[in-house]
Ligand binder design. Sequence first.
Ligand code: ADP
Ligand code: MG
Length: 248
Amino acid sequence: MTIILKTERLTKKFGGLTAVDHVNMTLSKGELRCIIGPNGCGKSTLFNLITGTYKPTSGRIAFKSKDITGKPVHIIGRMGIGRKFQVPGIFNQLTVYDNIRVPFFRDQRRSLFLKPRKDSDIHQKITALLQKINLDDKACLPAIHLAHGEKQWLEIGMVLARRPQLMLLDEPTAGMTAAETRKTAQLIRNISREEKMTILVIEHDIGFVREIASRITVLYKGAVFKEGSYETIQSDEAVRKIYLGKSR
Ligand SMILES: Nc1ncnc2c1ncn2[C@@H]1O[C@H](COP(=O)(O)OP(=O)(O)O)[C@@H](O)[C@H]1O
Ligand SMILES: [Mg+2]
């Protein structure tokens, strides 16, 4: 199996606090992986290291066998790592359709000297994407009028439009209703299966993790505490103690 992402002894310190502590993690191409762990255990910091937002204190990160340690955000983004933040970064005044169109225009600008893609091609791609994220019937609505869950799906669509090879999702179901959470789990599973995209998702909701049924990495105090299937993790006494027994 091809390895797409590998961290080696990845460490980030903030003054005296070690937020990420010698993390060794390997992600295979096409894999869907959940990262769980109590609040403040370093999940978002790990994402910030992978995307180049923070520079590690020590350790290395390789993406597609290339060393990306300490590289700037835009370079890592261009290499194929896409990220969705906890707070949606959508354009409220634009329609749902135009929100999805934005990343396509950015791509066009980058390839100024190449033959521009036909508008009809882009339209087709946008329509297919809107169907995938279940927002095709809301294409003409300004994004501000979407429900909370729909805004999150729209942003997943915007990340998808850039066709990353690795997609990072930081708590995509935060603040969602139970029904929205279930739908989001289905959406992410579909993207993983149909697009064959590698997805790394930080999640708090254990119902979501069960639904996704992927391999799980448990972080605790910045370090990898346990890794395994949902069943393995769920039945692990030590994991239960640090995490599963507690609510949000
Ligand atoms: N920019 C920062 N400066 C200082 N401390 C930080 C910074 N970002 C995160 N931390 C600290 O690092 C630890 C891990 O935070 P974080 O990665 O956000 O945890 P999680 O996403 O698992 O809830 C926390 O103790 C947090 O307060
Ligand atoms: Mg976080």
